[in-house]
Design a protein around this ligand. Structure first.
Ligand code: N01
Length: 547
């Protein structure tokens, strides 16, 4: 039975599987679990489906993967029938698409909205999971599957004086559902990552004054967004299956133009021409101009300098231009941003840029933001300050495995998983796009479908062999963690303080959270595990005594 917004079942209920989250991952997992004949409950904190795209409704929110690729591939009818309107999809359009999927596949009856999982505890005797929600329900299930998302635990920094601020404040990842009108307002924006870079030009079109508080500048490539021509859409659809298969066989799950050349196989003029060609095409394709941009500091610097030059030639005020041009990290080692008019926005007379490195933010005060230099009077403040990424959503649940071990404690020195899918000591528990899988370095829908399909195939194998218990061996987990670390150490990613490294969260261990070995290589490893009969996984519970 569907539980409408605000209501929830009160009795303790048993299911075969409980899925945490009704975003792209949770919905597809539900479809696959139903196909296996399993009873499923999806628990969703929001009062609608959509996950990240339900919460991120800030002005200008848009995906930086192109519409034709940022969608499910599991249903030919679905991908043929859905019409995208723009090259890069707006948040509203993605949310409409997700809702369409929920209706089309009749998913809502197994989704409990407005309910947050607060605790999940593995019961060794029963070999099942007991799940507690904020609605004080207790649900039991053999399998627990996290579809809680990689960028869902919004992080408002601990800032002195937040409670004193007399205006209104917002976080991009938890935007109000009612319209927010900044007309005539003085708005402060803290944060210049992907969210801030999308939001700042949009707010600047409305507000009387915008003050951007920047700690670290980011590299951004223009989107050159526009309507998606009908012909392009038709061409994609004519060969959708082949295009999807090709995308799955790339390192990021996106059909970029991946160069096979080193930046120094060509001369300076050709290198610049290649960067220019990609700049004119727009989007994250830029960082694939040469095959050594993520591994060779000199190759990376040539790409970075090209972008810095673009910034300097766009932003007319030399002070702002210098502040906006990143020099502290290799391009692409923080998530590359894709924008519409970001740099040009700083040419508007009512848009100011404050360098928090030179004049650190001291506190919020009743009238606005106080730095070491001055107080900025503001009506509203927007925190575009990001997420406790990849592990944050799970850390916020009290999730306990064998012997009462908390997942948070197990991961205290950095996440440990087998394939990013499972954790030793946490039987019958799967994580979709977990740490140690390609996740946030990919078109996440491609990564989600790969994980969900793998989990469904694994469960089908268990059904066929009559087993009800699965758990990775500690040795297999150790080997995987060592491989993830070894691949990471050959890249420039580990040299940058980014959310990929957990560096944005005080106290979080600095570990490259996603697997950087490429989606296609990762998928091949997962396929081999299936083909070889699931080595590294133990089926059936030695501690479980059937009644
Ligand atoms: O968050 P971020 P985001 N004082 O962590 C600053 C995806 N996404 O929400 O770098 C002052 O990238 C922080 O500064 P610093 C995408 O994967 C995709 O923008 O820590 N500043 C930084 O500038 C993306 O990467 C899309 O020095 C503080 C900013 O806040 C990911 O989500 C759109 C601060 C946070 O940047 C996260 O992006 C949006 C403090 N105390 C998001 N704390 C698209 O598809 C933090 N900052 C287009």
């Amino acid at each position: 039975m569907t539980h409408p917004a605000g209501s929830s079942p009160s009795e303790t209920k048993d299911y075969d599987a409980i899925v945490i989250g009704a975003g792209f991952a949770g919905l597809y997992m539900l479809i696959r679990l139903r196909q296996l004949g399993l009873s499923v409950r999806v628990i969703e904190a929001g009062d609608g489906v959509g996950g990240t795209w339900y919460w991120n409704r800030y002005p200008g929110a848009r995906c930086d993967v192109e519409s034709m690729q940022y969608s499910y591939s599991f249903s030919e009818e679905l991908q043929q029938s859905w019409q995208w309107s723009e090259r890069y999809p707006r948040q509203e359009e993605i949310l409409r698409y997700i809702n369409h999927v929920a209706d089309r596949f009749d998913l809502r009856r197994d989704i409990c909205l407005n309910t947050r999982v607060t605790q999940a505890r593995y019961d060794e005797a029963a070999d099942d999971w007991h799940v507690q929600t904020d609605g004080k329900q207790t649900l039991k299930a053999r399998f627990l599957i996290s579809a809680a998302g990689c960028l869902s635990a919004a992080k408002v920094p601990d800032m002195a004086g937040l409670a004193d601020f007399k205006g209104r404040w917002y976080h991009t990842g938890n935007w109000p559902h009612e319209a927010v009108d900044f007309t005539g307002q003085r708005v402060g924006v803290i944060g210049t990552g992907s969210s801030g870079i999308q939001l700042i030009p949009t707010i600047a079109r409305q507000a009387k004054e915008v003050v951007v508080f920047q700690r670290t500048p980011n590299f951004s490539i223009p989107a050159w967004n526009g309507p998606l021509p009908e012909d392009d859409q038709r061409a994609w659809k004519a060969q959708y299956a082949q295009m999807r298969a090709k995308a799955r066989n790339t390192r990021s799950g996106v059909l970029y133009d991946y160069s096979q050349r080193s930046a120094f196989e060509v001369d300076e003029a050709e290198r610049q021409a290649e960067f220019e060609r990609r700049w004119q095409r727009g989007g994250a394709n830029f960082t694939h101009a040469f095959n050594d941009i993520f591994t060779n500091p000199a190759a990376n610097e040539s790409a970075a300098e090209f972008v810095r030059h673009k910034i300097r030639s766009t932003v007319t005020d030399p002070r702002k231009a210098a502040l906006l041009a990143p020099t502290d990290h290799a391009i692409g080692t923080k998530r590359i941003c894709v924008d519409t008019d970001y740099y040009a926005t700083f040419n508007l007379p009512h848009v100011d840029l404050v360098d928090l490195r030179a004049t650190p933010l001291q506190s919020l005060v009743a009238e606005g933001i106080q730095t070491t230099a001055q107080t900025y009077a503001l009506d509203s403040i927007v925190f575009a300050t990001g997420y406790d990424a990849v592990t944050g959503a799970l850390d916020r649940i009290e999730l306990r495995g064998r012997g009462g071990l908390a997942l948070k404690d197990k991961w205290a020195q950095g996440p440990r998983t087998f394939l990013g899918l499972m954790a030793a000591g946490f039987p019958n528990f799967f994580i979709i796009t977990g740490p140690g899988s390609p996740s946030v370095l990919t078109n996440v829908i491609v990564a989600i479908e790969q994980h969900v399909d793998w989990i469904a195939r694994c469960l089908a194998h268990m059904q066929a062999s009559g087993s009800t218990h699965i758990e990775p061996l500690a040795s297999a987990e150790n080997d995987w963690v060592a491989h993830v670390d070894q691949v990471a150490s050959g890249t420039l990613f580990t040299q940058t303080d980014s959310w990929y490294m957990g560096a944005n969260i005080p106290g979080k261990p600095k570990v490259l959270l996603p697997y950087v070995g490429g989606l296609q290589n990762y998928t091949a490893i997962c396929e081999k595990v299936i083909a070889d009969g699931y080595p590294g996984l133990q089926f059936d519970a030695p501690t479980h005594q059937p009644a």
